[in-house]
Design a protein around this ligand. Sequence first.
Ligand code: SF4
Length: 725
Amino acid sequence: MTQDRTRPDWRLGRRTFLKGTGALGAALALQGGTLLDPFVTPVAAAESGEEIRRGICDMCCIGYCGIEALVKDGRITRVQPWADYPYGPLCSKGNSILQQVYNPERLKYPMKRTKPKGSDDAGWQRITWDEALDTIAAKFKEIKAKYGAEKVVFFVGDPKEEPRPPMQRLALKFGSPNYGTESSTCARAMQMAATLNGGGGLPITAATKTIVLWPKNPPWSMARDTWQIIEAKERGVKLIVVDPRLTQMAQMADIHLRLRPGTDGALALGMARVIINEGLYDADFVSKWVTGFEEFKAYVQEFTPEKVQEITWVPADKMVAAARLYATNKPVSWVTTASPTVHHANGVQNQRAIGALIGITGNVDVPGLKPSVPGVSVKDLTEWRQLLPPLQEKRVDLKRFPVWAELVEEIQMNLLPEYVANGELKAGLFAGANFRMWPQDQEYRKAFSSLEFAAGADFWLTPTMQLMDIVLPAATSLERYGPIRIAGRKVFLPEPVVPAVGEARGDREWIFDLAKRLGLGADFWDGNVEASFDWQLEPLKLKAAELKKQPKGVDIPAGAPTPASNNPGFSTPSRKFELTSGILQKHDVNPLPVYKEPVESPVSTPDLAKKYPLVLNTGSREPMYVHSRHRNNPRLRELEPDPKVDINPKDAAARGIKQGDDVILEGPRGSVKAKANLTELAMPGVVHIYHGWPQADINTVTGRNFDPISGFPSFKSELCEVRKA
Ligand code: SF4
């Protein structure tokens, strides 16, 4: 979205999108709900006696669109897009934020358990914030004195933007490097691959001639990115989509490569072979800026079009056409994706192979080679660059995932059951945690229960919060102050739109309060949240008090460009784009982006595939939900009331399954029951099920098959069978 997008443009964009995708596209766009809600018939706020206040949406984990809340008598009556804010409009989730804020299931007060863990009923008893925070502080001090500060783990799930920085600061100031987040299964592995190579792709600009989505479906995962792609398509930009699913974006593609999940690396290496062998690579860029080209060239020779077709199920001629288009219709831009390519046991290497296409075709900017205008930034509240190194040796993941530990400033959380069982973690503080985010999640549920002491903050008394000793009510994004928002060259500091329900508090506020009780007041501005914003804003010479009075934000002038560096280069050991990674070599990992079959597949485990012949693909988004969130939002639940298994009509017919049938999806480790959804969205031979449903918890089926480099699970490439219930 651009800042000058207006409502009529949005409506036109939507119509264009539906027209451009054809009837099936329209059906898919609207399947199970709406891509973007139509605007409610506007009634002028002045006429209705409402006051317009502005805040930020965090109903999904990365959008942060602007919301205008219309407020009367201290309550929000309705919401609409914040017209002047750079990010928007509101999707179906943003338009349903009222049903989150005023949901009767909201956790309103701090509570403590009065019955032992493992009891059916925790015996929750309301307590004061003072008692809750004093108890947490006393327990953490006790654990620190007895075992060491590193035995306390600090974790942030989703929502994440507000709690992450203060929580990480709290962990490090307390003396524990063991701070982790839900990024242990989200975007970090993809970022690791880019770091190991030297860089990611170019963003979409007016110069872009080809866009690659490998894979991503913004209409369902990040609605506002959709328009940028539609606009590019309308001006003639070519679109390559790599995705097992026939998504809306795939239907708009010039070339859609529909691959077997988990074989992305083989596909990328096959494309690289075409580009290299046909002389379509950027020889000048490669000679100046790429390492390992000759080894890479030799390695890709085994990925002939025929072999790639056999591995990936992508027709050879389509793969070759995509490689030629990619290499000749430049510049090529990538729309960054989070996890589809890295939810496999060879995920980082697969993603590195995809990234290698960027390097050999020179579709990447060399940092420091040209003058550049620095972006707007504020001081990092976490200060991890100074605080983490002295604690690094005490990380629980240091020996298990050494590449991750070198590259990522938070621990890899996916071995939580092992950390707890081995006594490496004894207590924890969790904001928005959910044990269902992990494969074989019953083991994580047990790990939470086995901690000597655990406290959590959330909007709801979720099944995970039920495992805590103390629960704290968290304020939503419309009820709290901050955090600082930067959009382009504009800076915003949202104030609460309405008072929080019950005694809910903003995460920064209660974390600062806890820090004081841990004797860390001096490191947390003595609990003064506004003073912490002032400290962060120092580089911009702004004060929080001034900024919060500017609902349209403050423009930060660009200033003079930074001149080209006299030592330009990538942030790799060689300062070049590395097809042979120096960091992987140091850790005795194959430095080339080698391909390996998924740990469970028709190829690697043919006997298992006789019983479970379908590839199980989980973890993608639907428009109305984000992971496990919003199932209790009545407006959104209406759009998608039941868990469903997307299955291709051919696979369904072979099993006598009809639309809407109750089906059992079974894998080697368990099964779930859901409704059959017969759809061309699902590739023949591959079924997809959405995660986060308590009554059809697919992570009781997925396995703990982790990528040894990133620690990521294989959510998208295991095996299963589907039958009528
Ligand atoms: S994309 Fe939707 S849910 Fe996400 S911030 Fe924007 S309106 Fe909210």
